[in-house]
Design a protein around this ligand. Sequence first.
Ligand SMILES: Nc1nc2c(ncn2[C@@H]2O[C@H](COP(=O)(O)OP(=O)(O)OP(=O)(O)O)[C@@H](O)[C@H]2O)c(=O)[nH]1
Ligand SMILES: [Mg+2]
Length: 460
Amino acid sequence: MFKDDLKDTIAAISTPQGEGGIGIVRLSGEKALTVADKIFVSSEKGKPSGFKSHTVHYGRITDNGKMVDEVLLTVMRGPKSYTRQDIVEINCHGGLLSLRRILDLTVQHGCRLAGPGEFTRRAFLNGRIDLAQAEAVIDLIRAKTASALKVSLGQLEGGLSRRIGKIREGVMEILVILEANIDFPEEDIRGYDAEKISSGLHAAIRQMDILLEGSFGGRILREGLQAVICGKPNVGKSSLLNALLKKERSIVTPVAGTTRDTIEEAVDVRGIPVRLVDTAGILKPRNLIEKKAVKRSRERIASADLVILLFDAGRRIGLRDKELVRELKNRNVIAVINKIDLKAQIDKKEISGFFPRVVELAARTGRNLELLEEAIFDFACRGRALNPEHILLSNLRHIHALRDARGLLEEADRMLRGDSSLELITQDLKDACAYLDNILGKDFSAELLDKIFADFCIGK
Ligand SMILES: Nc1nc2c(ncn2[C@@H]2O[C@H](COP(=O)(O)OP(=O)(O)OP(=O)(O)O)[C@@H](O)[C@H]2O)c(=O)[nH]1
Ligand SMILES: [Mg+2]
């Protein structure tokens, strides 16, 4: 388990591994400036510990008088810095060796290597940002589309935190009234105030619902929509994957059973990040390889947000197709009739009887591909515009916590209308607040922080 020691001065390479125009070594902590004093020389008067905050200085990093690299050094004194501690950033040439040597030097002079996300963790622990904002940092780095980036920027700027804070405030106000009533039961405020309390609870629940409504889209923008292409062998699944990706990623042949393993690729469908999966055709396995291939296909189908079920326009619907239709009856399916360039044998009406959304296209030529893209986009938006400006909730941890808090408020409301004791009701409200606090990180455990920051890159 990670142990926070904010007294340590931490150091890390903050730019990606590999060659680059510039690379950055970042230090944070009370010794950042004195360590910089020991390794930085310049023609300017004074040393980093004497430099003004938020200034950049040209010079060299040296090791025992020998030059290591030519650099620009930035000084940011706490509390006006990312971590609220003194920060030094050394911009050097972006070769791995130069970066490593500078990092080594900082360690020799008293820094400790930073853990994943430890700079952001400090920003949180020192109260510059709350936990939801800290989590937005990694989402921002990982964002795959412009819309996903907008959502995480909104969270980083505190949009989600403010909304959660407001809901919490509302719940706290109710708690205060109820607790007063517990303390002074003789002044029976229950009759009249029950109305007021109930309307307060409803207002909080409504606010939660607004956030939760956007969360489907938010989660998709954050994690990507997993869409699995499936169907009988040879219907053109791999051709469709390639067409959507606009590159020859999957092997396509006229031989049934070409694809054996699942193939996953990311694609941007009108701003929606989609994780597209090509699967092996569902067939009656003739050998162990096919058995494993079909098993894998089924696993991917089971975990998909959206299933793209392919049919071959040039063939009648067969037993296997029907089997798949039955299996997928209660799932989110877009039915695709592929190979519309061929003479139609398939009964389209039968398919639209199974699934409301049917798209006809030719994967080989790309004809009508835009109709499928539209259908995927519509599914992700669920009939509403997926407007990143209105989405604040995207992280599964936040979604679960908010749902749990909502459940407790509903229960409290039910109890209020019955004759449950006020103690029980207030306990529910307190627990609901605890869930909300958990989102913002007002109450946290080292384990939770470890779990969240383990996903971060070192140096962030
Ligand atoms: N006429 C026509 N043929 C197509 C179309 N799309 C794919 N095909 C052909 O159908 C054959 C099978 O295509 P694949 O994409 O390999 O089919 P698959 O569903 O991935 O097949 P398996 O991996 O074996 O399950 C190939 O010969 C493709 O060129 C289309 O729109 N029209
Ligand atoms: Mg294939």
